[in-house]
Write a protein that binds this ligand. Structure first.
Ligand SMILES: [Zn+2]
Length: 734
């Protein structure tokens, strides 16, 4: 049975962890070890929020009223088996007969009410309805009546809209949103009793606002003038970022209270929270607005966004907004993307636990090719819904998601982009076929951490003392940690510490120096003189005497005993060619620190293996990372998948079943879409660890529609998936 930590258990953990020396190790048996507990993430909120599995969004354009055909859309929603719709109501343009002064009715509205027509139609289909507003721009009449509602640039001039010069950008943090849009939201919920209000672009748009309200409110809150610089490590800028987030949170709660006062079942749902922590604290449901790939981007970016939201939302629902068109900076909003590309993007979201939400702009179709493609995606989703209502992920590895590192840590060294460490680690885990989750820095509590055996810190540079303590206590409860580079070398606002916050865990101290960028440096793969063998982290590299190093390294001093599987070969000239020979062929400088603490294992890479992996994708670095994850986890993985190609593997538990999703990313367009075609791969041998005492009643493939002859031995189920076209799901009925 799942065991949830009571408050008393938690206090016991906290107390005992403090009592056992600098490592914070608890005595064996003081608390159940990590892994014996499967604490459920936070439960879904009460209300309608968890019911819709498939969402649709229709964003009308101003001349749609009288021109578009609501019957076409309602019939399409029915064919999609959509459970909920988000429909344009007001803000920049009102699509209903509003009575709020200065709320601009569509010039094509006449006596019609297209919003009301769609609401009635959706209700008849049994759908939930959320009204969409967009408060970020207004017309000249609004500016003339209320010049103080308009956003002001650093030059003191009111801000014209960057894409439509006839419009003005509104100040998001002043009376336009707090008063005017509050009235609009009250009117919409009062007239139509919708289930929620969803505001698009509700945060400051087009740059920071220097209007009189922002100036006065910021001064009243902080005693400071609005900052002009963009450096987040400047205390004035940090004060501004914190004030802005607090002001947006205040706006969220204001609108939410207004909505609830009219309809207690309804909520305000922002498109994009001020930060994820706030979403975790306030939201019963969230929508991840990440519509398609752009530029160079792997398809797992959509799954990553799903994991980010889940790291704060737990079991509360998250829908993934996807577009059917291109998402490039040129913004072809009426375009149509290739069907395989849309399918892959949605499959990545579904495999990672978000619910599909198709968004379309314009009620008049300029290119209908996407219509049957989305219908096919939704039909599959509807058919297999019971296997998509996940209760918990079965991943045993978690990667720390650190918003404060993104905000306040500029990189430990020039050219070191902090975000690239996470991208590299993410990609390595995908290639290694490790099911994993993200955990958020604001929620490092036992109930969030302890479902995982291994926590990965991919250059999680900015960590507070309390966060370091929470990680130490997690290790005390039997958790393992794999950390890279500058993890914990900075505090939560990006100030460098004298030593790592987790120095005691790593067993090394900062030696005051960061080297790099290094040219032509290597790592020697060494045999343990005591055993005459190489360490398990070097598996698969048997014939390699050395591999390439990273680009940046942190000089550290070991303060404990360590094995020495990997040592530094310092840079030597890479030109002229006559000079390219190692000046020092071997050193005793370890570039990998491995600690075995019994149940827990600690791995620390003092170099940027993850960032360099994202940069150059060295297969040797992949092997090293894969082995290090397996060694640190120190337990059989929940799922193993053998076969060709690049596959994203996720695993879930539902009420009466468990599932393994296999998304085929193998494609020449893997790193930059759009996909031209899907390329089936296989066969795959899949081994799944079953929950204790589970007896599989039936094992089947959802996409192929076949029943498998799976072999169960103990808690291990072995089966073969003959081929994966794009997305296959192994469903195990329990
Ligand atoms: Zn302002």
């Amino acid at each position: 049975m799942p065991h949830r930590l009571s408050r008393r258990d938690f206090l016991q953990v906290a107390t005992s962890a403090g009592a056992f020396g600098s490592l914070g190790l608890t005595a064996a048996g003081a608390v159940p070890p990590v892994g014996d507990r499967a604490a459920p993430p936070s439960a879904p909120a009460d209300g309608w929020f968890d019911r819709p599995m498939r969402w649709v969004q229709l964003t009308l354009v101003e001349n749609d009223p009288g021109q578009f055909d609501p019957r076409f859309w309602l019939d399409y929603f029915r064919r999609l088996h959509a459970d909920a719709a988000t429909l344009s109501a007001g803000g920049i343009v009102a699509y209903y007969p509003t009575k709020v002064p200065l709320h601009h009715r569509s010039a094509w509205l006449g006596e019609t009410d297209p919003f009301g027509t769609l609401v009635t139609g959706c209700r008849a289909l049994g759908m939930q309805v959320v009204a969409r507003t967009d408060p970020h721009a207004v017309r000249e009449d609004v500016r003339a009546a209320h010049p103080d509602w308009i956003s002001v640039g650093a030059d003191g001039a009111p801000r014209r809209h960057w894409a439509n010069r006839d419009l003005w950008v509104t100040c998001a943090l002043g009376p336009y949103n707090f008063d005017f849009m509050d009235q609009v939201h009250r009117e919409i919920v009062s007239m139509y009793r919708v289930d929620g209000i969803f505001a698009n672009r509700w945060t400051p748009q087009g740059g920071d606002c220097y209007c009189v309200h922002c100036r006065d409110n910021f001064a009243a809150a902080t005693g400071r003038d609005l900052p002009r610089g963009a450096d987040a490590r400047d205390p004035a800028r940090r004060a501004f970022l914190e004030w802005r987030a607090a002001r947006l949170t205040e706006l969220w709660t204001r609108w939410d209270a207004t909505v609830r006062a009219v309809n207690p079942e309804a909520r305000f749902i922002p498109n994009g929270p001020p930060d994820l922590k706030t979403a975790g604290e306030l939201a019963p449901i969230q929508f991840a607005d990440y519509q398609a790939r752009r530029g160079v981007m792997p398809p797992w970016a959509n799954g990553r966004r799903a994991k980010e939201f889940r790291s704060v939302m737990g079991r509360r629902p998250v829908a993934g907004i996807f577009s059917v068109g291109l998402e490039e900076p040129y913004r072809w909003k009426d375009s149509v993307q290739s069907e395989p590309e849309v399918r892959l993007w949605v499959a990545e979201g579904t495999a990672n636990g978000i619910r599909p939400w198709v968004t379309k702009f314009s009620g008049v179709l300029h290119d209908p090719r996407w219509v049957p493609a989305v219908e096919r995606i939704y039909a599959w989703h509807f058919q297999h819904e019971r296997y998509l209502r996940n209760e918990a992920p079965l991943a045993r590895v978690a990667l720390l998601h650190s918003e404060q590192t993104e905000t306040y840590h500029a990189g430990a060294a020039a050219g070191d982009r902090a975000g690239d460490h996470v991208l590299g680690m993410y990609h390595a885990l995908i290639e290694a076929r490790v099911p994993f989750e993200l955990v958020h820095e604001a929620f490092l509590t036992p109930d969030r951490l302890d479902p995982f055996k291994l926590l990965i810190l991919a250059n999680a540079a900015a960590l507070s003392d309390a966060q370091c303590r929470a990680i130490r206590e997690y290790v005390g409860r039997g958790g393992s940690v794999l950390a890279t580079f500058a993890s914990s070398l900075f505090d939560e606002i990006g100030r460098r510490r004298d030593d790592f916050g987790l120095a005691d865990l790593f067993g090394v101290s900062f030696d005051g120096r960061i080297d790099g960028p290094m040219q032509n440096s290597y790592l020697s793969l060494d045999t343990d003189p005591r055993t005459g063998r190489r360490h398990a982290v070097l598996d698969g590299l048997d014939d390699a005497p050395r591999i390439i190093n990273g680009v940046f390294r942190i000089a550290v001093r070991p303060v404990a005993d360590f094995p020495s599987p990997l040592t530094l070969i310092p840079s030597y000239p890479d030109l002229p060619m006559e000079d390219v020979y190692p000046r020092v062929s071997h050193t005793d400088t370890r570039e990998l620190y491995l600690r075995d603490l019994g149940r827990s294992r600690i791995v620390y890479f003092p170099w940027d293996i993850d960032r360099t992996f994202w940069d150059v994708l060295s297969v040797d670095h992949l092997r090293l990372l894969r082995n290090a994850v397996a060694w640190a986890a120190n337990e059989p993985p929940p799922v193993q998948v053998e076969g060709p190609g690049v596959i994203d593997v996720t695993a879930w538990r539902q009420r009466d079943s468990m599932t393994v999703h296999l998304v085929n990313l193998t494609n020449p367009m893997m790193m930059k879409g759009p996909l031209r075609e899907t390329i089936p791969v296989g066969p795959f041998r899949v081994r799944v660890r079953l929950p204790p005492a589970a007896r599989p009643r039936k094992v089947h493939l959802l996409t192929a529609g076949t029943i498998l002859n799976a072999r169960a031995a103990g808690d291990l189920l072995t089966l073969t998936v003959p081929s994966i076209e794009l997305h296959e799901v192994v469903a195990i009925d329990l």
